[in-house]
Ligand binder design. Structure first.
Ligand SMILES: *Cc1c(COP(=O)(O)O)cnc(C)c1O
Length: 371
């Protein structure tokens, strides 16, 4: 089956009892036992599993081409579950511009139990220099946030294999419509479902999808069930509903993002545009080779500094100044101020989540704001 078909059918089944076309939302926290104490439908208690979560996990597994998926209450909860499976003293290598929320999670919550280095993993020499006997995980995030740097997933996997190191890829920006990290050799994919999966800026969620149901995956399932950071049946329902239109929403996002990137690149007040679909992107060739499309996220630097960048944001009418991404509405933010004082993000950088409004309206709005 092609991905558009999977998105619509893999997270839904007709209800046997009512003949409803759309799977109902099972709010029940608990399930009836048979006389012999068994649970013939496989459900016992909703922290362990729930029909709506099962359907969500099914569609996520198939979209990423994995063997199983685990849904969480947020992207950070999904990331946290990975780090919680690592034994104390384990060393992690992450990218130097790793999503700040997860980088801060490792630095703060795992400061006493895990060792970590955040380095330029795109430089093979730098990566090799940081691998230690206790390195068990390389974290990849591509395209990266907010610089849209591209990491060659296959190259990282090749290095990791030599040292028996696992690779997890945060695929939030690309979505499975834009990139399939498991097919490139990654062991696990992580998502903030809050973003493109949800797609309407109205729910929080996270997910992990695994290439193999191995011992490590069993530990992830334990953290999910015993840790309890699970999404509600309502949120699982909304996610399976939104995922049905994901392939078509992504088509709209990438169409607008490419045109907007080209417009900005030719604007005299813009210093630089970061979008992997531009020929000027330093890793355009890598992006072309490993991605199915270039995604709906871009960043640009306004000539001048922080003040000039903020002025542009404040003049925009259609773009909303807000953090987050992946919704139908275009969002823009001054990223350095979101990331806080230790950020390495340029202070004239604006990050855009390109929405599904008409491209002419988006360009017109930017034109008046840059004027
Ligand atoms: C938002 C985001 C996360 C964290 O997800 P939450 O749902 O906010 O917890 C992780 N990685 C990336 C790339 C993100 O954009």
């Amino acid at each position: 089956m092609k991905i558009e078909t999977i998105a619509i059918h893999a997270g839904n089944h007709n209800d046997e009892s009512s003949r409803a076309v759309i799977q109902p939302i099972t709010m029940s926290t608990t399930f009836v036992r048979e006389a012999d104490g068994s649970f013939p439908a496989g459900y016992i208690y909703s922290r362990s599993s729930n029909p709506n979560r099962t359907s969500l996990e099914n569609v996520l597994t198939k979209l990423e081409g994995g063997t199983d998926a685990a849904a969480f209450s947020s992207g950070n909860a999904a990331g946290m579950s990975v780090f919680q499976t690592l034994k104390p003293g384990t060393h992690i290598i992450g990218p130097d511009d790793m999503y700040h929320g997860l980088r801060n999670q490792i630095k703060n919550l795992f400061a006493n139990t895990l060792e970590f280095d955040f380095v330029d993993i795109n430089d093979p020499a730098v990566l090799a220099a940081h691998i230690k006997p206790n390195t068990e995980l390389i974290w990849v995030e591509t395209p990266s946030n907010p610089l849209l740097k591209i990491t060659d997933i296959k190259a990282i996997v090749d290095t990791a294999r030599k040292y028996n190191i696992k690779v997890v890829c945060d695929n939030t920006f690309a979505t499975p419509i834009g990139q399939q990290p498991l097919a490139l050799g990654a062991d696990m994919v992580m998502h903030s479902s809050t973003k493109y999966f949800g797609g309407h800026s109205d729910l929080m969620g996270g997910a992990l999808i695994t290439a193999q149901k191995n011992e490590w995956w069993a530990k992830i399932r334990q953290v999910q069930e015993m840790g309890g950071a699970i999404p509600s049946p309502m949120d699982c329902y909304y996610l399976t509903r939104s995922i049905k239109t994901l392939p078509y929403r992504v088509k709209g996002h990438i169409h607008n993002a490419q045109l907007l990137a080209e417009y900005l690149e030719n604007h005299p007040k813009i210093e630089q545009v970061m979008y992997p679909g531009l020929l000027s992107h330093p890793q355009h060739a890598t992006a072309r080779a490993q991605m199915l499309n270039f995604g709906g996220m871009l960043s640009f630097c306004v000539k001048g500094g922080s003040d000039e960048a903020r002025k542009v944001v404040n003049k925009l009418q259609i773009f909303t100044q807000a953090t987050s991404l992946g919704g139908v509405e275009s969002l823009i933010e001054h990223r350095a101020s979101v990331e806080g004082p230790d950020t390495k993000t340029p202070h004239n950088l604006l990050r855009v989540s390109v929405g599904l409004e008409h491209i002419d309206d988006l360009i017109e709005d930017l034109t008046q704001a840059l004027d």
